[in-house]
Design a protein. Structure first.
Ligand SMILES: [Zn+2]
Length: 343
């Protein structure tokens, strides 16, 4: 459990993504859905210019560590993790790495992986779409316990990670991975050359200054280098239906939830163009079930706090969510974008 004192909090007067001061209040009394016993409740507002959402009262940056004390990236999964890893690695070997395979094997692998192709692509950060021949080395920003780096290393791609969380860094180093607490720019200056790919999975929403992140990525990438990003989508079906229990809010660690428009503003200001915008249909399954779980977990607390919450409403909302998710092009749960540095 963690608790914030009032002197550890700050008011936010402008959108962290587009700097607009125009906003409207949207979600109140948002709990930390990963922790039932932390007393703080938070509020998200909607930026009227870029439609991103952001915390309007947030922990000061030097105190945010309190909300990460038992974060899930500190743990390395058990048997489920190893089974998942086995299949993802097979996918990398069959589809991501350039190698000669027989037609029979190609057809077999294609039929085997096809039903979950977008899940495998998302888990391998769309290396297949970028193409391994374009990747000499990779920096994973916000690498946590190093799950992705371990996969990339198994695929024989040079890789380095960085994270601000010292516990997660220790877990990654225990796996023999090269991981640093330095910023991307410092890593590049020590290494002596820029990266051809930077990946950041669910990182941007945790940052106090997304502009600096894009600028750092620009400086740390080679000319025509790639930046792969995945973030929760502020215009998702999940947020409009599950509201404060949507898995993508995760207050107070998610400082802002970007919109596509907001990401484009950041990218254009920092000399990036869009290379691809893959659709990740499978994100609806994870986000839907996690949001329903949060609804159930906080149901009693919500009733005690006077929320007029009914069980049948949660069921109807869940049915509507999965129905709308059948059309994945609209209001996806995640925004996944591959940017390319213009020059
Ligand atoms: Zn904005």
């Amino acid at each position: 459990m963690y608790k914030y004192e009032s002197n550890e909090l700050e008011l936010v007067f402008k959108c962290p993504i587009c700097s607009s001061v125009n906003y409207e209040p949207e979600h109140f009394n948002v709990p930390d859905i990963l922790s039932t016993n932390s007393p703080g409740l938070w509020s998200y507002v909607k930026c009227l210019d870029c439609e991103s959402r952001y915390l309007n009262i947030r922990p000061r940056e030097q105190y945010i560590y309190k909300a990460y004390q038992s974060y899930y990236t500190h743990y390395i999964g058990g048997i489920k993790h190893f089974i998942k890893r086995f299949f993802i690695l097979s996918y990398i070997k069959s589809f991501v790495l350039p190698r000669k395979v027989s037609y029979f094997n190609k057809i077999f692998h294609f039929l085997f992986f096809l039903p979950m192709l977008d899940w495998f692509d998302s888990k391998t950060r769309h290396l297949r779409i970028i193409g391994c021949n374009q990747i000499e080395d990779l920096l994973d920003v916000g690498c946590g316990n190093g799950d992705f780096l371990e996969l990339v290393r198994s695929a024989n791609i040079d890789c380095v990670g960085c994270d601000f969380d010292s516990v997660a860094i220790k877990r990654a180093r225990d796996r023999g991975l090269i991981v640093s607490q330095d910023s991307p720019i410092n890593i590049v200056s020590k290494k002596g050359s820029n990266f051809s790919l930077i990946t950041a999975s669910h990182v941007l929403e945790h940052l106090y200054d997304p502009h600096s992140f894009f600028l750092e990525c620009n400086i740390s990438l080679k000319s025509k280098g790639f930046l792969w990003l995945q973030v929760p989508n502020s215009q998702s079906n999940g947020l409009s239906l599950f509201g404060k229990y949507w898995r993508g809010l995760e207050a107070p660690r998610h400082i802002s939830i970007p919109s596509l428009k907001g990401l484009m503003i950041l990218a254009q200001a920092n000399n990036f163009e869009v290379y691809a915008t893959p659709i990740v249909k499978s994100s609806a399954i994870y986000m839907g079930f996690s949001s329903i779980k949060a609804h159930i977990k906080f149901f009693k607390n919500a009733r005690l706090a006077g929320d007029d919450e009914k069980v049948y409403m949660i069921i109807l909302r869940s049915i509507k969510f999965f129905y709308l998710s059948l059309n994945p092009k609209k209001h996806q749960e995640f925004i996944t974008i591959i940017f390319r540095k213009i020059s």
